[in-house]
Design a protein around this ligand. Sequence first.
Ligand code: SIN
Length: 485
Amino acid sequence: MAGIELDCPTQAFIAGEWRAADNKQVFDVSDPATGEVIASVADCTASDAQAAVDAADGAQPAWAAMPAAARSAVLRRWRDLMVEEADRLADILTRENGKPLAEARGEILYGASYFEWFAEEAKRIYGETIPSPASDKRILVIRQPVGVCAAITPWNFPNAMLARKVAAALAAGCTMVAKPAEDTPLSALAMAELAERAGLPAGVFNVLPTTAPAEVGEVLTTSDKVRKVTFTGSTNTGRILMRQATGTIKKVSMELGGNAPFIVFEDADLEKAAEGLMASKFRNAGQTCVCANRVFVQADVMDRFAEIVRKKVAALKVAPGLEGGSQIGPLINAQAVSKVETLVRSAAEAGACIVEGGTRHAAGELFYQPTVLSNVSHEMEIAREEIFGPVVPLIAFDTEEDAILRANDTDYGLAAYAFTKDLGRAFRVSEALEYGMVAINDGALSNAAAPFGGVKQSGLGREGSSHGLDDYLELKYILLGGLGA
Ligand code: SIN
């Protein structure tokens, strides 16, 4: 390994121990801003995955039996360590993922907010009593942990997406084996180190870095000992994991792709709508599942709105994430850049106009210019595919019905946005949009108190909020009979 040493573990974390991979192999992690190798990490395979599942299975009964207040205290300590160490964690995150340092720090605090939330929810896993049809019987319902959970997490939020899974699972009394994305394993390993310091018992949380996601994923999705799989990533991979999980009838939660419509009505405050668009679209250089993917603008205000957005986009600072003031870092890898390049080129060939940007950026191989396209049509590939890059495609529409129809004309249903000052329209549109999450007059909807998740091919289940525990709990019905005098 060459390059900068990071203050971060690089071995797998299994059964409370830092271990080399069984086969002693390692893989390099590089900084997308510079291409420099920043760490060599244990490259786990099926045997490591099996060891991690066994460890999580062994730790499960004692963790589930621990009083909720004690589980809550560990999660709270873990959260406090995240906040104390936010600068170091942000540095690791920026180096492996590329996002600007301020955004990385924001992600660490966002991740910590899930620990805070679920540390509190751990104490509120209430049961029920149900009026019985017979006077000598009572019906009780208790909520118990599902068991061992496998988490497969993405590179775009290497801390927060893991945080909102592990915090909920552990609060519920489940144990977990996590497989972070190959591009960004370090943030997950840094989290494991904090778990150790927070006093988490051995085996409750395990982390498997790997360049063999299919092999490791297969162990996690087919093992009898794993009772639930939670995944954030592409719809295609989600489909494969769901198929694999059917063999042992596991619970699954899937947070998959999106194709978010961002609708600007003629009555909207255009300046605020443009600010909302910038917040939604350019977070993590457009590499989020919830970022505006199709920007529908009512024809009467299109020219004005396009010019406001163009000016804001032209002012964005594109630079390595560690450079002061950076707002747009590199994309994650070469495939990501060429996908964006191809989508922009094919839109331009089909008649879209490049109003701003439109090519790679001189800051480095993986940088792409923040781009605005006008005259985009709903049928173009760029409006059908998840762009996952810093590109705003502007599509004109005439009526409210037209906007809703086109917004819903996709297999996806994660997040949607609309800007309007008309309260009636705000309700009509939010109810008609076939999405799991709708933001009115706001471009940022993610927070720990809210249920995050999609409908249609954007996924199953909800993360965050009080509902975020449901997927990690089973209901048990207990009948108490023989109570007559
Ligand atoms: C995602 O892009 O997958 C999630 C982003 C968020 O939690 O806001």
